[in-house]
Design a protein around this ligand. Structure first.
Ligand code: PLP
Length: 390
């Protein structure tokens, strides 16, 4: 028998990038050496001291039991200590931290925590597609905020209509930004707090790339803006900062009422993370951060090699200021999908077409700097041979 899916499941957004993965796999099975810059999966291993902490904790029989429902106090304290040390932000570990199965879980849960069906949420366009999944599961409605190059890929709040601002209950932001590589400054976050206060909007800042900022600029936390905790939360993941994408661990920090809503939903969905993962995550947050600085330097060096190489070819690309993505304007005459197909078919380089991130992503492709400098140089050489820019 085939059982039909619920209306809710049928309403989920289609996975645009599934077709990209299929095209890449076809090229590989046809024997081509594909340089895959299309995804966002960190290529470096988790630092050894974190793996060691997991190994030791996995041997402790206490961790073989159910862990406490809302996670270990020690991990919440580590998250609070991390925010104090890195951003000088005070967090109450008991009331202002929720442990998450990775940032994605929190981002998808939040609309279900705060919105009733038919209520509205402001989302960036282009933006991380998993935001749409949470909106669909809550049966909420999206209001998109265009991120335009002329505004340094920050939303222009003056473009939002009065009625949109009245309707919106929630807003997602993400800096350093996926897919554009843009960063936010304190003034922008302060304006966001004012807007949120004036219109009763809860702000959810997705700080997934918080550790990755270039040209000597450390990305700032939304919670560093005066009054931010009154109006929202920040979602932090260990996936990118410590190359722990497979471990599924992150946390939300900030507004107490939002944190308690997340904890309540999670009490009904899960028991908390494997205790050994929680112990290792606490070690990552509290022990030496030298590995994070080295990782940042690695991405910056890759960025310089790749963007410098493309600029030498005559492709007018702008270097990202943070994240491990580059957001490249496609040459005239191509849609983002046509250009991505051209790179895949003629140069065997996979990139993500901007349209997959929203309407305002059209005209760009996203490149993940997630392979060695040698491979990135080879990608530049392959693009050069296409003679598009000469
Ligand atoms: C913008 C953004 N937010 C959140 C995530 C989720 O990361 P995770 O679920 O691994 O914490 C990602 C992962 O690619 C991302 O790009």
């Amino acid at each position: 028998m085939i059982f039909p899916q619920s209306k809710l499941l049928k309403s989920l957004p289609k996975q645009f990038f599934a077709s990209l993965v299929a095209k890449v796999n076809k090229q590989i099975s046809d024997g081509h050496d594909v340089i895959n810059l299309g995804q966002g999966n960190p290529d470096q291993p988790t630092p050894a001291h974190i793996v060691k902490a997991l190994q030791i904790a996995a041997e402790n029989p206490n961790n073989h039991k159910y862990s406490p429902f809302q996670g270990f106090a020690s991990l919440k304290e580590a998250a609070a200590a991390f925010y104090k040390r890195e951003y000088n932000v005070d967090i109450d570990p008991e009331k202002e931290v929720a442990i998450l199965f990775g940032g994605k879980a929190g981002l998808v849960e939040i609309p279900q925590c705060l919105l009733n069906s038919g209520e509205h949420i402001l989302v960036p366009d282009p933006g991380y597609p998993d935001y749409w999944s949470g909106v669909a599961l809550a049966q909420a409605e999206m209001i998109t905020m265009p991120l335009k190059e002329e505004n340094q890929f920050l939303p222009d709040y003056t473009e939002l209509s009065k009625s949109d601002l009245e309707k919106a209950k929630l807003m997602f932001l993400n800096y350093p930004n996926n897919p554009t590589g843009a960063i936010a400054n304190k003034g922008f976050f302060e304006n966001t707090v004012t807007l949120a206060k004036n219109h009763g909007i809860c702000v959810v800042h997705d700080f997934a790339y918080g550790a990755i900022g270039f040209n000597g600029h450390k990305p700032i936390s939304f919670l560093q803006a005066e009054g931010a905790k009154d109006v929202g939360i920040e979602i932090y993941t260990l996936s990118k900062t410590f190359n722990m994408a497979g471990w599924r661990v992150g946390f939300a920090v900030g507004n107490e009422s939002v944190i308690s809503a997340l904890n309540l939903l999670q009490d009904h969905l899960y028991v908390s993370l494997f205790g050994a993962v929680q112990e290792a995550a606490a070690a990552a947050l509290t022990e030496s951060q030298a590995c994070v600085h080295e990782l940042n330097a690695l991405y910056e060096s890759r960025r310089d090699v790749f963007i410098g190489g493309l600029q030498e070819l005559g492709w007018k690309v702008v270097a990202p200021e943070g994240s491990f993505f580059a957001w490249l304007k496609v040459p005239n005459g191509y849609t983002s999908e046509q250009f991505a197909d051209l790179l895949l078919e003629k140069a065997h380089i996979a990139v993500a077409p901007g349209i997959g991130f929203g309407t305002w992503g059209e005209g760009y492709v996203r490149v993940g700097l997630l392979t060695s400098e040698a491979r990135l140089k080879e990608a530049v050489e392959r693009i050069s041979k296409l003679q598009i820019f000469s």
